[in-house]
Design a protein. Structure first.
Length: 241
């Protein structure tokens, strides 16, 4: 449904993107879990292993990538408020970021690992001129599309109205849950298809070019550095470039 969301937003049917609201709240680091020698907590909160960022590097980058992937826009400026809430923790565990995109749209990104009770509630809302979309990772098989002048639509994985990119990424009949693990398989499938075609000297359908690249990874790293820089600076709005 992320691919369906991308199609709905980028095909122009609901107009120009105006506002993006993306968030990734978790609650598993609401206490100083790393002090208990829990391995997943220990390396993520250790700057010698994970670098300059905690929550923003771990999950904030997922929110950033989701926003740019669905909208097709690029973040050009950001203003960050970054905090370390749990006493004794070395890296950030909560943050909010204001975003400006290259088409003039505005955005809000929230990433936190101290939202007690939350699991992996990655979600996004994109508001355009004539409507908007909403998708939630914890309900991954539904995409809500709202309009200002017609009834709300709900697209379902494997259901009627799914575009080709969404159909290609669907592996089992409608009504059977799909999501996190299948997403990795879809990436591997697209990459393998492109590599095989290249080796065989064949053209490949552009639909299979839909996978993360080195450039996406670099943008994720740029996001981390700019967010931390803004969070520590008195000059809050920083240019991405």
């Amino acid at each position: 449904m992320v691919k369906q969301a991308r199609h709905v937003v980028q095909n122009g049917s609901i107009g120009k993107v105006r506002k993006v609201v993306v968030e990734y709240p978790q609650g598993w680091l609401s206490t100083l879990l790393e002090a208990s020698e829990q391995k997943q907590a220990a390396w993520r909160t250790d700057p010698s292993k994970s670098g300059i960022a905690g929550a923003m590097g771990d999950i904030g980058t997922h929110a950033e990538n989701l926003a740019e992937y669905i909208t097709g826009l690029k973040i050009t400026e950001l203003c960050a408020d970054i905090s370390t809430i749990v006493p004794g923790r070395q890296l950030d565990d909560d943050g909010s970021v204001l975003l400006r995109f290259d088409n003039g749209a505005r955005g809000i990104l929230h990433a936190s690992q101290i939202c007690a009770g939350e699991e992996n509630n990655l979600s996004i809302r994109v508001y355009c001129e004539r409507g908007g979309i909403e998708w939630k990772q914890m309900e991954p098989n539904s995409l809500v599309v709202r309009y200002i002048d017609e009834a709300t639509k709900i697209f379902r994985t494997g259901g009627f109205g799914a575009r080709t990119a969404a159909q290609v990424a669907t592996r089992i009949p409608a009504g059977h849950p799909e999501g996190y693990l299948e997403a990795f398989a879809n990436i591997y499938h697209n990459v393998a298809t492109c590599i095989t075609a290249k080796l065989e000297g064949k053209e490949v359908d552009p639909i299979y070019h839909d996978y993360p690249t080195v450039e996406d990874g670099v943008r994720g790293m740029q996001f981390i550095y700019k967010v931390i820089e803004s969070g520590k600076s008195d000059q809050k709005w920083l240019s991405w470039t």
